[in-house]
Design a binder for this molecule. Structure first.
Ligand code: A5P
Length: 226
């Protein structure tokens, strides 16, 4: 079994009738959404909010009711994948370019559960994986210059011959830092740059638990904040 699928299917067991569920984006989240779709088909009553247009389409295809986040009073639980998870539960997300909506939903949710294959667990964030930073297209070179001054080489993400455009109409700069020792400090410094909309750094403070999946089909839950 795919290690992402193992983690996703275990996380979905947390979802109960009556909940409003934040649905993440990416391949791990898709495994979870498919499993949830089966449960909805078998009578589970939930509402969902989606973190990307792709996720919204998939959920609707599976007959999962999707609400606009502005219409919901609270989000009970959010489930999403990640690109890297450190030992404390800090994350890099945004490999799929949905970081802004993912972060809004995760931070607004009562509980946020991360689902990853074991290969995503790292000693230090940013050693292998670039940090995605969403920036507005206006004056992009000015913004990139400021980001560069923080010690990385930002590369604007491409999709074929064009720049990748997020669901919010923005660009994504992939920033390779030589290891991230203080994720909160870096998050604040990046967000102080005019033109930066959001970063893919998610604080362990908002993570309830991490589901780690293994190739043999097992998965275990590591609590970060109960
Ligand atoms: C989407 O923007 C991301 O934050 C994903 O959650 C992350 O890239 C993990 O993706 P996979 O589940 O496809 O590995």
């Amino acid at each position: 079994m795919d290690e992402k699928q193992s983690a996703a299917e275990k996380a979905v067991q947390l979802i109960q009738g009556g909940m409003t569920v934040g649905l993440g984006s990416g391949s791990t989240a898709s495994w979870a959404i498919r499993k949830l779709g089966e449960k909805v088909k078998n009578g589970l009553k939930i509402n969902a909010v989606a973190t990307s247009l792709k996720t919204e389409l998939l959920a609707k295809e599976l007959m999962i009711p999707v609400l606009d986040p502005s219409e919901v009073q609270k989000i009970d639980i959010a489930i999403d994948g990640a690109d890297e998870v450190d030992k404390k539960g800090n994350l890099i997300k945004g490999g799929g370019g949905s970081l802004l909506r993912e972060k809004m939903i995760a931070y607004a949710s009562e509980r946020f559960h991360v689902m990853v294959g074991e290969s995503k667990i790292v000693e230090q964030l940013g050693n292998k994986c670039p940090l995605p930073v969403e920036i507005v297209p206006f004056g992009k070179e000015l913004t990139l210059r400021k980001i560069r001054a923080l010690g990385c080489e930002p590369v604007l993400r491409k999709s074929g011959d064009h720049f990748f455009i997020s669901d919010n109409g923005n660009l994504v700069a992939d920033c390779m830092f030589p290891g991230i020792s203080d994720a909160s400090w870096l998050d604040v410094r990046l967000k102080m740059i005019p033109g930066v909309v959001e970063t893919g750094l998610f604080s362990s403070q908002v993570v309830t638990s991490v589901f780690i999946g293994y190739k043999n089909g097992d998965a275990r839950e590591v609590t970060i904040h109960s």
